[in-house]
Design a protein around this ligand. Sequence first.
Ligand code: GRG
Length: 282
Amino acid sequence: LYTNSTELNAINTYLAYWCDKKLGSAEISEPLAKSIKYSLLGPGKRFRPLLVIQAGLELGADLEILLPYAAAVEMIHTYSLIHDDLPSMDNDDLRRGRATNHKIFGDDFALLAGDALLTEAFALIASAYEAQPAIGLKLSSLLSEAAGVLGMVNGQALDIKAQQDKGVGIEKLRQIHRDKTGALIRVSIEGAAVIADLDSGKRSQLRKVGELLGFAFQLADDIHDFTEDEIEHCSYTALLGLKGTRDLLEDTSSECIEVLKNSGLMMSSVTALVNFNRSRTS
Ligand code: GRG
C-alpha cells in the first residue's frame, strides 16, 4: 500500500539528507556514522512518520514543517529497536529482514548509535522549529513524554519485569503496550495536530484516535509474531488466543475510525493507515 507513495519518498529523502548533513563531517567517527545510517536508512515501514505527514497534510500543515518532526519520531523509534535487539535486552539477530545493528557493528557502536539517535531527535526539533518556538516546545514535550519514563522506557521496563515473572494479566499488558508501543504512535498524530495548530478540543479527540491506533498496532504485531510452538508470555495472543486477538483488533480498529468520524475531522489517510494496520503482514 505504501511502498511507493510521495510521502514515503519524502521521509526517506529527508532522513538521508539529515544523515548527509549531520554525519558527513570528517570529525565524526566512521563506525558510528555507519551504524546510525545502517539502521535509520534501513527498510522500515515508516508507519509513524507517515502518520505524522499524512495526518498533518490533511489538517492543512505544509510538508516541509511536518518532515523534521516525522524524522525525529522515526529516529526515536529506530533507537528503541537498536537497543531492544541488544544481547542484554531481547538478544535478536535479525531486524527488518537483515542482521541487527550490534551483529554488524558490535554492542558498543549499537549502543552509541541508539544514544545518538535519541539525542539528535531533540536537536533536530530544536533547530527545525527555531522560528516557531511554541510549536517546537510542544513537540519536544510530547515526544519526551512518549519516549521517557512516562512512555516507552517505562513500558520496556515493565515488559522486562513481566517476562521475568513469566506472565501478566490483561490490564497490565495494556499498560505495558500503551507505554512501550502506543505512546510513540499516539504522539505521531498528536504532533501533527500541534503543527496544524488545532484547538485543544480537537487535539484531545485525535489523542484518543492515536491511543486506539497504538493499541491496534500492537495487536497486529502480536498476531504477526504468533507461532503455535513458541508462546510469547507477554502477548495478547497468549492471553486471548489468536481468534480473540483478531476480534479485538477488528473492534479496536472500528472504534478508532468511529472516534475519527465523530471528531468531524475528515482524515481519509488516517483511516487508510488504520485499515493498513488491520491487515498488515509485516
Ligand atoms: C529500548 C527503551 C527501549 C525501548 C524499546 C518499542 C520497543 C521498546 C521495542 C520494540 C519491540 C517490539 C518489536 C515491539 C512491538 C511493536 C513494535 C515497536 C514493532 C516494530 O515497529 P515497526 O513494525 O517496525 O513499525 P519497522 O521495522 O517497520 O520500523
